[in-house]
Design a protein around this ligand. Structure first.
Ligand SMILES: [Zn+2]
Length: 445
């Protein structure tokens, strides 16, 4: 397929914006690129997709999300509003996840996937929990992802908070799913990857963490120091802070994701850097839960690989760019914080590097010959000069997620001119509303 009349944003190491260019896709890859006239002459018989002067760029990547949380939208929490994050966990999330059935898990994921296709997020790293529907839950999510045509890395959040049996079932679900993915040699370019999920230090005993480590040595995905409570709990349990505790138990490393890291200290930051552990930043979630603002500028300066996730907020990653850009300025009263380049470092360079850990056979996040054909068309016509240098500020102040008109993942067009081609949004919406209503009743809203 030939994509013509595009203004390409390549996001190569030296980013370039190339007007009136074309891309030739061969299967799941970008095979060739160049000026439209040249590529038309080279591939005269290729079916053409005319970008009509829109920006064409790599699809967005989300480094940490929760597909299971979609049914919380508009749901009331009975009683007084929760006063802090531990109360939000106990009264909202740890009740909501228990109310989920496998059908809910499927439709909650589908709702998020529709959102991701529409808003140009093509790779998502999910962290799943459904304590009363654990077995096979990752297959259900993977099915929904396959139906959507997107790319995801999945895991199940192991925790001690629901008893021994469910803790063991969580471990078994991760192990089973990881094995099922590894045993697919016939499909080296699978769009589903697996890692091992852990909820958070505060709901995991040493014994459980040791059991997880024994079962798996390929990296973990865990919440870290999202609130002070995680640090207090770790100090009480082990006499050490969260990151030290996880390090001693062999959880950190260059395949491990530590989500949030809002309340880590300098020693913990140094340990994250030394071990090559990935950190993810979710500013909208941090603001919503009133947990504080992670020291992302300092972490980036120290060489820590900080990525950008959405923690279950809309799969419109530019919203997260904007929140990151604004949050750190107001909390520090310093307009120099979280500048455009730092936000791009998280959302582009670091997210791409993290995604490539899970999809080593697909070169993600860049437009160049040989890279994966994960592409979005953005109907943005700048009213001021747009250059590779000032692009982050155009994204933050000018881009809207609704400007995404076409989404392609692994060479397959998933949305064309805002029409979803593989997901039936009306059916998903109707069914989701029914299921969510019933789930709210079980939750007691
Ligand atoms: Zn999270």
């Amino acid at each position: 397929m030939l994509i013509t009349n595009a203004a390409l944003i390549t996001w190569e190491t030296d980013n370039r914006i190339l007007p009136d260019h074309a891309l030739y896709l061969n299967g799941d890859r970008i095979a060739d690129m160049g000026p439209t006239a040249e590529l038309r002459a080279r591939y005269p018989d290729a079916p053409t997709l005319d970008a009509r002067g829109q920006l064409v760029m790599p699809g967005n990547i989300c480094a940490h999300t929760h597909f299971y949380g979609a049914f919380a939208r508009g749901m009331a929490i009975p009683g007084d509003p929760p006063k802090d994050f531990p109360e939000i966990l106990e009264r909202l999330w740890w009740k909501l996840d228990k109310a989920l059935t496998l059908d809910d898990v499927r439709y909650s994921a589908l709702v998020c996937l529709v959102d991701a296709v529409k808003h140009g997020t093509t790779t998502l790293i999910d962290h799943h929990a459904s304590p009363n529907a654990i077995d096979g839950s990752l297959d259900v999510v993977a099915d929904a992802v396959t139906q959507a045509g997107l790319r995801t890395c999945l895991c199940y959040e192991v925790t001690d908070r629901d008893g021994l049996e469910r803790m063991r079932a969580g471990i078994a679900e991760n192990v089973r799913f990881i094995k099922s993915q590894i045993s697919k040699p016939q499909n080296p370019n699978s769009q589903i990857a697996a890692t091992f999920g852990l909820h958070a230090s505060l709901t995991l005993s040493d014994k459980t963490l040791e059991a997880c480590r024994q079962e798996h040595d390929g990296g973990f995905h865990i919440h870290v120091a999202e609130h002070e409570a995680d640090e207090y709990d770790s100090l009480k349990k082990s006499g050490t802070r969260v990151v030290d505790r996880l390090n001693k138990l062999g959880i950190l490393g260059d395949k491990t994701i530590a989500a949030h890291c809002v309340h880590i200290d300098y020693g913990e930051a140094e340990l994250l850097r030394e071990t090559g552990t990935w950190v993810t930043h979710q500013p909208r979630s941090n603001m919503n839960n009133a947990v504080g603002a992670a020291e992302v500028d300092a972490m980036l300066r120290a060489g820590i690989k900080v990525c950008l996730g959405n923690d279950g907020f809309s799969n419109a990653m530019w919203e997260e760019w904007k929140a990151a850009y604004l949050l750190h300025k107001v909390t520090s009263r310093d307009p120099r914080r979280a500048g455009g380049y730092n936000v791009a470092q998280m959302a582009i360079q670091n997210n791409v590097a993290l995604a490539n850990v899970f999809f080593p056979n697909s070169k993600l996040g860049v437009i160049e010959p040989g890279a994966a054909a994960d592409l979005i068309f953005v109907d943005y016509h700048p009213t001021t000069p747009l250059t590779a240098g000032n692009l982050p500020w155009h994204i933050i102040f000018g881009f809207e997620s609704s400007m995404v008109t076409t989404t392609i993942c692994n060479g397959k067009v998933l949305m064309k001119d805002r029409q979803l081609l593989f997901l039936d949004e009306a059916e998903i919406t109707t069914r989701s509303r029914e299921l969510a209503g019933r789930m709210w009743e079980r939750y007691g809203a």
